[in-house]
Design a protein around this ligand. Sequence first.
Ligand code: 3HC
Ligand code: NAI
Length: 648
Amino acid sequence: MTVNLEIDGEIAIVTIENPPVNALSGVVREHLLALADALDGDPNVRAVVLTGAGKLFVAGADIAEFDRPPEPPFLPDVVARIEAAAKPWIAAIRGAALGGGLEVALGCRFRVATAGARFALPEINLGIIQGAGGTQRLPRIVGVAEAIRIVAENHSPNGKEALRLGLVDALVDEPLVPGAVAFAQAVVGQALPPASRERVVSAPAANVWTEAEARITAGARGAAAPPQALQALKHGIEHGVEAGLALERSTFLALRATEEAAALRHLFFAERAALRPGDLRALSPRPIETVGVVGGGTMGSGIAAALLNAGLSVVLIEQDEASVLRARSILAGLYESSRRRGLMSDEVASGWMARLETIIGYGAAGRCDLVIEAVFEELAVKRSVFAELGRVCRPDTILATNTSYIDPRLIADGLPGPERFLGLHFFSPAQVMKLLEIVPTPDTAPDVLATGYDLARRLGKVPVRSGICDGFIGNRILRRYRAEAEALVCGGVDIAAVDAAMRAFGFAMGPFEMQDMAGLDIAYLYREAARARGMPVPDMPGDLLVRAGRKGQKTGGGWYDYAAGDRRPKTSMDAQRIVAPLVGAKKEMAGEAIVSRLMATMAEEGHAILTEGIALAAADIDLVEVHGYGFPRKRGGPMFQAGRLGKT
Ligand code: 3HC
Ligand code: NAI
């Protein structure tokens, strides 16, 4: 059943039951329309309570329908029909009322909610604006300033705040429906407030619009939807609700059809699928409360911070007093800056440092449910760490390596209980970056793998399973991407033109600016090691730069020059002279051509990764790029791009 009807005396109870999130799919819209007609015609019914089955009210329109043209009945018509009903409809809300769900509630004459309910219009996150009156009815209920925050800035009030804003008329305790029915009985026979669309709203001072426009355009960073949501809202205030509704709907339909919206939908579904891989759904993860982190450098400190942020206890193991002190001071700094910037709730903050133990030696590893190794990237060092862990840890303690490139099978070789070992590859800064590559070995037990996913979920990370290959999924594609960018330079394309093209595409930095920031030497040393092993690795421009002492920003220059204390890249005649022996005649190349060449290279490597079974799905590769490497979200990822180009 998608919409159920019960009658309780004079009150009809309409329950949307469309698992998992009561989305407003076509059949739900049909039922709601039919019920609005039927209940208007039923003389025994005097009011209607509308609610959602299960944990939430309604999560919005059915996003899965957005890849097809809209099909009638359209949601704005359903909302308008409920609003025009002869009897008052009362939305009874627990859990989330999101997007179209909130728009339906705004079509009701009253709203009641539990204190913990959550209200939001998150359409802008999907590259669209509200499509069923949210930009018009909301300001007429809560006022323009609050509506702007909810419509275009992702503000999401809970039940209590909603009551203060007038968005809900009363808070009710669980059980929700009897409370809502009692509310309905109380309003029956009384004079009704005007419908939402008919309420009078005062226009704000002119500076409210100009300030909101500036703030929202800056915050949107090129995304189309947030400023357009604001425009629809403003249009309705200045020209009336009908004009506002018309602009809102036409904008919604136009944006819904854009590549940007399709890319964001693709990621929406990929992110959810990533958390629950089909083959692990039936497995229970092992309980994890105390986590050991071996190595408190760049990665170990960041990983410890991510764990502490999630409420876990951390034992950080270092090799000497100076390293312990350095790690503690990095972590104290991260704690302070998160607190200062209001990024940490009081609940998480309390006990944050107290849940951190920093020690030398392995004694405390016996208390850990999971230990993550993040020491130097050297096989011998890592093996000596796991030899200790194998000796000290409980046999059921899960052991993980954060290695970037070393084959995890070599690291685990000889470990007692190899089924409890896996790779957990975090990205720097680990407390910020959402990607977690999960790398099982052939020995890893399924419940250990499931625990890796559970940990990702608890840390708020996006887990992607990777098979074992050099660089796993992300660094393998990165290497191809960089090499192709250097090949463009060898072909005579200007260094800055390549960076500018990728920035225009949406990356925060182009490939050369990124190399300068991260340092050119690691990739250089990697190639030198391959050469030392007798592999035919031809010289690349980056090799010439490193040999000339240009390792990036840390040496004052790499592909570009940098003034002291200034991270802005400046064209470098020195760099151009150094790479000149490998560079052909100057060649003009349009930005779009540069982008398609680099996209094609990434996708080609992605296809190889898929064919070899290193990644399980193309969408996983897109998640790796978006959450680990700054690939612009609005572009969906290299595999999404390849599919799009394939279709045209
Ligand atoms: N349409 C279709 N499917 C949806 C959906 C939606 N609006 N929202 C969630 N789902 C699906 C998910 O894909 C997932 O499917 P799966 O089980 O097959 O992977 C399942 O529902 C459960 O979702 P989550 O894993 O996200 O469950 P959570 O409990 O963690 O979160 C939620 C629930 C808070 C409702 C979260 O899913 C969410 O934020 N959903 C999106 C809300 C949204 O963006 N609404 C606006 C839609 S656009 C709109 O309404 C336009 C209108 O103005 C016309
Ligand atoms: P780092 O050099 O900043 O930190 C390594 C830390 O390990 C040092 O603090 C050192 O004192 C400690 N250490 C070394 N041997 C130890 C031992 N036997 N016992 C206890 N502590 C020991 O290195 P970084 O960058 O944090 O890298 C660590 C690991 O993470 C490497 O495997 C690296 O490949 C991987 N990695 C690095 C990323 C990065 O961006 N830096 C990204 C993802 C993974």
